[in-house]
Design a protein around this ligand. Structure first.
Ligand SMILES: [Zn+2]
Ligand SMILES: [Zn+2]
Length: 211
């Protein structure tokens, strides 16, 4: 076996590691010389050996404020950087934090339409998770379709207020946030969204569909 493995044999016939010696300094020097020799022949392999183990950071949403009032006042209007028109049909991407105009509403200009499509190419795998600022509801946006999920913000009785009419303080519900994150990470929206709507279909009131 020792011969097969190309190990040196000492006088007693026992296998000896090639680098065995009594002096630690000699041992370390030998290791470094061997490493240098290997690095000359197997550059990439040595690079991998030397690099740290890569860390994988699980995808997360942007930080959301506890009170819906705060998010509403911050994002309920968007001024187009191209045509300078102001729109209140805003969507906040929970993945990257960008503000967009709803694709299913007439855009202020072609630039915004393109911007929406480009954004889906960035955040739409498997789907862009957008917060519809006017309704508090979550819109799941795919390339050709979108669907509404529930709201992350509830009042003290645990109820949604998508028309923002009751005027009660709406607070971020962490359980719902965790469920949404799981849906996003596992791409299992179909279990919870029955009505996928086409961007090109007639604009209808989502409240008629949802409520
Ligand atoms: Zn995004
Ligand atoms: Zn515009």
């Amino acid at each position: 076996l020792a011969n097969f493995l190309n190990l040196k044999l000492n006088l007693n016939g026992l296998a000896m590691p090639k680098w065995y010696c009594n002096e630690p300094i000699v041992l370390v020097t030998n290791w470094l010389q061997d490493f240098q020799l290997s690095a000359q022949h197997h550059r990439n392999a040595m690079k991998i050996l030397c690099l740290k183990r890569p860390h994988f950071y699980s995808p997360i949403f942007i930080d959301l404020p506890t009170k819906y009032d705060d998010i509403f006042h911050m994002h309920n209007e968007y001024r187009c950087e191209h045509c300078k028109k102001v729109s209140s049909n805003t969507l906040l991407c929970l993945i990257c934090g960008e503000l967009h105009i709803k694709r299913w509403f007439p855009p202020c200009c072609v630039y915004q339409r393109q911007r929406y499509i480009q954004h889906l190419a960035k955040c739409g795998h498997p789907a862009a998770i957008m917060l519809d600022i006017q309704t508090t509801l979550i819109a799941i946006c795919l390339t050709d379709t979108y669907g509404y999920w529930h709201s992350l913000y509830l009042d003290q009785h645990g109820e949604e207020d998508p028309k923002l009419k009751r005027g009660k303080t709406l607070l971020l519900n962490l359980n719902r946030l965790a469920v949404l994150r799981t849906l996003w990470l596992t791409a299992t929206f179909d279990y919870q969204i029955q009505n996928w709507l086409s961007y090109t279909s007639l604009m209808i009131s989502h409240f008629d569909v949802l409520l």
